[in-house]
Design a protein. Structure first.
Length: 120
């Protein structure tokens, strides 16, 4: 786990989660209008929750507090993955690449959390 980072923006997991969120916002612009307050909203909320919760945890002062927010980020990543699968299965978009990117973010989050646990 990187311990020298002064800003969450320097952390690879945040960078990748933010880039993924931007991609998901662009993707959901193409969803049917009737999904605006349903799948579009849920997918955007879940996607943005990943880097947002990582950011909040990054600034917490104790390891248990940090781990709590990193766990919430991980759960949001899982929720987002489901919504990407659903969008794909509904035929709204090919989300295979985004699913792979999200799985990478999940692995990075898990590694970051595991590193924090080892340093506790």
């Amino acid at each position: 786990m990187p311990t020298k980072s002064q800003s969450f923006r320097e952390v690879l997991v945040w960078q990748k989660a933010h880039a993924l969120t931007l991609a998901i916002y662009r993707l959901t612009d193409t969803f049917p209008h009737h999904e605006q307050f349903a799948l579009t909203s849920q997918l955007r909320r879940a996607a943005s929750s990943v880097p947002a919760n990582f950011t909040e945890g990054f600034r917490k002062s104790t390891h248990p507090e940090k781990l709590r927010f990193y766990n919430i980020a991980q759960a949001s990543a899982d929720e987002c993955l489901y919504h990407l699968i659903l969008a794909h299965d509904l035929g709204y978009a090919n989300t295979t690449d985004l699913q792979s990117s999200l799985e990478e973010v999940s692995r990075l989050l898990q590694g970051y959390s595991n590193g924090l646990k080892r340093n506790s």
